[in-house]
Design a binder for this molecule. Structure first.
Ligand code: DON
Length: 284
């Protein structure tokens, strides 16, 4: 695989790193390699932002973004025109921008509230926004900027474009370790209840819906391959991370920077495939 090079600050990461951490529903952590080293979570943050707006927006949200796999790359704009500015799902970049726009409408200080929320989900203060990565992506963010203007032209963008983009580039520049990322996904393995935040984050049915979206859309135009090879709801990021959940058993995060041509970590997917084969279970 190849380290993502369209965000210069990420292109410099050492490719020969690998970490994996599994967190069971008692909070026990099993990890190996670089599992405690923070990395850029990138699109994995889209699960956290979706969770934050889910409750606030519920039915209204699904008039602004659909729940269908796109079958296209994560940064494709093509379908947006055919589908009149309604993104296929909340995980492709256009859909994630609508979610971050909704976050900005619903929260007074979205970035502070997002980092506080993720820290709460992880049960400890662990979230750091790498400002160099944020600025690096912002300085090369023409495609996402074009997408935001396109959404606005269809009246599917309610806040100032620069403001939402700054929040979006910042959320993508969040750095967490495999351990903390797996802890922050634990509620999705536990019917929406977080053993670290000690509270219900999503209702059981909404937690199932987020897991369904991860299974069908979490790896973009490789979602089918991930379901076929691994069989767990998961979300990838171009920093080389993958977070996944085995409902009622555990949450897990894997990190290896080298990506395949679809923008997903080669070794992270392979590691999860070996794990589900060894443990002899998956969703199916
Ligand atoms: O917006 C972007 O292109 C990046 N900040 C995030 C893309 C990403 O992580 C896609 N997932 N594999």
């Amino acid at each position: 695989g190849k380290v993502a090079d369209y965000i210069p600050e990420i292109a410099t990461v050492d490719p020969d790193q690998f970490g994996i951490a599994l967190v069971d529903l008692k909070g026990n952590v099993f990890g190996v390699g670089d599992h405690q080293k923070p990395f850029s979570i990138q699109s994995i943050s889209k699960v956290h932002t979706l969770t934050m707006v889910f409750k606030a927006f519920n039915s209204k949200l699904w008039t602004r973004v659909n729940v269908e796999p796109s079958g296209d790359p994560f940064n494709s704009i093509a379908q947006l025109e055919y589908e009149k500015g309604i993104p296929r799902n909340p995980f492709i970049n256009s859909g994630a921008l609508v979610i971050t726009d909704a976050l900005c409408s619903n929260f007074d200080d979205p970035l502070v509230q997002l980092t506080d929320f993720i820290n709460e989900l992880a049960g400890q203060t662990c979230v750091k926004i790498n400002q160099e990565v944020m600025r690096s992506e912002k300085n090369h963010g023409e495609r996402n900027t074009a997408m935001a203007y396109f959404l606005k032209s269809y009246k599917n963008f309610n806040n100032p474009i620069e403001e939402v983009l700054d929040v979006y580039f910042s959320q993508c520049a969040i750095e967490m370790s495999c351990v903390d990322l797996a802890r922050s996904f634990s509620f999705l393995a536990n019917d929406g209840y977080s053993i670290f935040a000690n509270r219900e984050i999503l209702t059981e049915s909404n937690a199932r819906r987020v897991n369904a979206l991860m299974l069908t859309c979490g790896f973009y135009d490789e979602a089918g391959e991930f379901a076929f090879r691994v069989g767990m709801p998961g979300k990838s990021g171009v920093g080389g991370g993958v977070a996944a959940v085995m409902p009622h058993k555990f949450s897990i995060a894997v990190w290896s920077p080298e990506l395949n041509e679809k923008g997903n970590s080669v070794k992270a997917i392979r590691a999860l495939e070996l794990l589900t084969d060894k443990l002899k279970f998956s969703l199916f």
